[in-house]
Write a protein that binds this ligand. Structure first.
Ligand SMILES: O=C(O)CCC(=O)C(=O)O
Ligand SMILES: [Fe+2]
Length: 210
């Protein structure tokens, strides 16, 4: 990846920070090169074909359960050192984490993220990304991997903003959406074709002394 995309001076990072501060969300149409989105899509499809993705759950810890009437995506958490494309993505997101900390003083400590694959017809009903018993998730970030996505393919992300606006985002390859996890309810509309993304959360340190 070219240095431009991970430099803290990247004007796109400044735009994300500014948008988060003023509107609670941000959309960057070409946050990372489409080549990287393509490599991530290949990696996601490979893992799906090998049976590594699992139906996503709702809730947290022992209370977690699969409920396809709420969400129908299949996910796999990613770790560093598994694939070059994933590592490039994680490096970019770490730079973004530092930029957000510099601009908004959120004290973001880490970033957790998973591949998500919505088979045709899958959706995710309106929800907030923060758990009742765990408020470490501060900022949600979704990076889309779908080339040639058409509006009639559905699968848009709809956000419900405090001012009543309900912006829709097409899940187009290279696009990043970032929003405040505890403040922006959102939903994924039914996707007419397979829809791929990387969904993640910047988290602050927990209160737990361990
Ligand atoms: O894929 C998206 O557009 C959003 C996914 C989402 O809301 C989630 O995984 O919590
Ligand atoms: Fe969400």
């Amino acid at each position: 990846m070219r240095a431009m995309h991970t430099s803290p001076e990247n004007p796109m990072f400044a735009a994300v920070v500014d948008d988060l501060a003023t509107h609670g969300w941000s959309q960057q149409a070409l946050f990372l090169p489409v080549d990287l989105a393509r490599a991530l899509a290949v990696e996601c499809r490979r893992r799906y074909a090998e049976g590594e993705l699992n139906p996503a759950g709702v809730g947290r810890g022992d209370a977690q359960e699969v409920r396809e009437t709420i969400r129908g995506d299949q996910i796999q958490w990613i770790d560093p050192g598994q694939a070059e494309a994933c590592d490039q993505y994680l490096a970019a997101m770490d730079q973004l984490r530092l930029a957000i900390n510099q601009g908004l003083f959120l004290g973001l400590q880490d970033f957790e993220c998973h591949f998500a694959l919505y088979p045709p017809g899958a959706f995710y009903r309106r929800h907030l990304d923060r758990f009742r018993d765990d408020d470490r998730r501060m900022v949600s970030a979704v990076f889309y991997l779908n080339e040639d996505w058409q509006p009639q393919d559905g699968g848009q992300l709809r956000m419900f903003l405090a001012d009543g606006a309900e912006p829709l985002v097409e899940p187009l390859a290279g696009c990043l959406v970032v929003f405040l996890s505890g403040e922006v309810p959102h939903e994924v509309l039914p996707a007419g074709r397979e829809r791929l993304s990387l969904t993640g959360w910047f988290r602050r340190r927990g209160n737990d002394p361990f």
